[in-house]
Write a protein that binds this ligand. Structure first.
Ligand SMILES: Cc1cc2nc3c(=O)[nH]c(=O)nc-3n(C[C@H](O)[C@H](O)[C@H](O)COP(=O)(O)OP(=O)(O)OC[C@H]3O[C@@H](n4cnc5c(N)ncnc54)[C@H](O)[C@@H]3O)c2cc1C
Length: 480
């Protein structure tokens, strides 16, 4: 590998650093004086007079993007820098099963509706370029058989996230992407020639490494470091706040019902400081009572759509739950009046209409909230009590007093605004040859595989664009 010595100056975080640097014709920088040469460890990533892509982050978006770029342009040097273990979130995702994508959204408009941040922008070409079916095909073509469950969630047939990880890491290896783990990208700057100088650190005591890259893909998830890199390159950041969490409800009697599930409720979240109508703050679906309060798909969806407003409301609000959403109020009243007549000699706790689809433990809770003794015979239950029980079932209020600590499926709302990138290419509108993909963007989906789909789609589109640019560049060089 040929190389040239140069005295090099570059700005990092406001300070001007100077180093003697060997610049190989392959594009790496090898700083002198206490800084480590990384030629030997990187030579596999890049051979000959070719370009280099550096990917920050070995998560779903970064690894998928790296594989795609190298597939499109096999001569392109591709290096992934991962500060921890690669694909660590894939490992723990979906309870260790990895909910890879969602198989119930063939229409991209419907798919887009599952993204509280990104729903407008994703109605365009984003998923047409690489949607859930493309993801399913990709994994199946690479030996990971997937299955779609009744609710649309797609998992590996093995029910193990290791199948997904093994596949991606194997592919990465055989196509020659260099994966460097245990190293963080801590700074990025640009050269006059439009390249990226990337500062890589392992631990503070270790030598610092620098790499010069032609293309940079930032796929750092919700890491603060990733946001810092983006701001160094002129991007703004929408403040990150949590999305997808459970609601903490302070109600000792409710806590006793931990584990009770409801296949279908209609829940509406009211926040005092939010006056505007947000249709998505009403959701229908399964709900679960936990030791903390309330969880399940309905709650997680409300938390996602209300993520920003809940944050500014200090996670306090009122949740109204309709436990019998398929029964009209008057219909439900007449069912309970009929029940009273039919079971007049039975205790209120022991007998209640099966049409309500409730379990006895929860029925007891409802009676107690209405101060009706479970021992009272139906014959003695007043008409007013009947009406108030039905009203409570149709609109049961719970005070939300915080967010749960249990991270079922946790993502971050916020990041790089979508207006600052082109979704057709995933390229920055601020810097050429700079790309973003995955959760680092101001995108988050509800539960069901939508967050990984954002990572696969973004990584694939970025990788395709970078690969094509590298091909164009090499044919230009050949022509010269
Ligand atoms: C417990 C849990 C379960 C989940 N389950 C699901 C699920 O089943 N289905 C679903 O769709 N979504 C799920 N999600 C969400 C999903 O995991 C994320 O949306 C997805 O991982 C985002 O992918 P990403 O590549 O953008 O970011 P990440 O997966 O976060 O990857 C970013 C990587 O970049 C690295 N990194 C960051 N900064 C630097 C730096 N400066 N230098 C080097 N490396 C850096 C990080 O270490 C990390 O490995 C789950 C999340 C959690 C927490």
């Amino acid at each position: 590998m040929r190389s040239a010595l140069a005295r090099f100056q570059f700005h990092f975080g406001g300070s001007l650093e100077t180093a003697n640097i060997f610049r190989s014709n392959g594009g790496f920088l090898f700083p002198g004086r206490g800084r480590r040469f990384i030629a030997s460890s990187t030579s596999r990533a890049q051979q000959g007079n070719e370009q280099l892509l550096v990917v920050v982050g070995g998560g779903a978006a970064g690894i998928y993007g790296a594989i795609r770029a190298k597939t499109v342009a096999p001569h392109l040097g591709v290096m992934v820098i991962e500060k921890g273990k690669p694909l660590s979130k894939v490992k723990i995702s979906g309870g260790g099963r990895c909910n890879v994508t969602n198989g119930h959204c063939a229409d991209k408009m419907i798919l887009a509706e599952h993204y509280p941040r990104g729903n407008k922008e994703f109605r365009g070409s984003f998923f047409s370029m690489h949607g859930p079916w493309d993801t399913i095909s990709w994994f199946s073509d690479h030996g990971v058989e997937l299955k779609t469950e009744d609710d649309g969630r797609v998992f590996p047939v093995s029910d193990s996230s290791s199948s997904v990880i093994d596949c991606l890491l194997f592919e990465l290896k055989i196509i020659g992407v260099l994966l460097q783990t245990g190293k963080s990208v801590t700074n990025v700057s640009t050269t006059v020639g439009g390249k990226y100088i990337i500062k890589i650190e392992k631990r503070t005591s270790d030598p610092i490494e620098y790499v010069e890259a032609d293309y940079l893909l930032i796929a750092s998830g919700s890491s603060r470091q990733g946001y810092t890199l983006a701001t160094q390159l002129g991007h703004s950041i929408v403040d990150p706040v949590p999305s997808l969490f459970t609601f903490k409800i302070e109600d000792a009697q409710l806590a006793e019902l931990a584990g009770v599930t409801f296949p279908k409720v209609k829940a509406k979240l009211k926040l005092e400081n939010v006056q505007r109508q947000i249709p998505q703050l009403t959701q229908v679906g399964p709900m679960l009572i936990t030791h903390w309060g309330l969880s399940g798909p309905v709650i997680l969806r409300l938390s996602a759509w209300g993520a920003r407003d809940l944050f500014s409301s200090a996670y306090e609000g009122i949740l109204f739950v309709d436990f019998i959403p398929d029964l009209h109020l008057e219909n439900a009243k007449s069912i309970l009046f009929q029940h009273k007549d039919q079971f007049a000699k039975q205790k209120a706790l022991n007998s209640f209409p099966p049409d309500f689809g409730l379990v006895k433990r929860f029925w007891k809770y409802i009676l107690e909230r209405e101060h009706i003794s479970g021992d009272i015979l139906w014959a003695s239950v007043s008409n007013n009590s009947i009406i108030s029980v039905v009203s409570l079932l149709k609109q049961c209020s719970f005070g939300v007093k915080g967010k749960g600590q249990f991270k079922d499926e946790f993502v971050t709302a916020g990041g790089i605004p979508l207006s600052e990138i082109s979704l057709n290419t995933m390229e920055s509108r601020k810097q050429p040859n700079l790309f973003f993909a995955g959760e680092v963007l101001n995108v988050d989906g509800v539960t069901g595989g939508f967050n990984f789909q954002n990572a696969w789609s973004g990584g694939y589109i970025a990788g395709t664009t970078i690969g094509k640019l590298a091909l164009d560049s090499s044919s230009e060089m050949e022509a010269v």
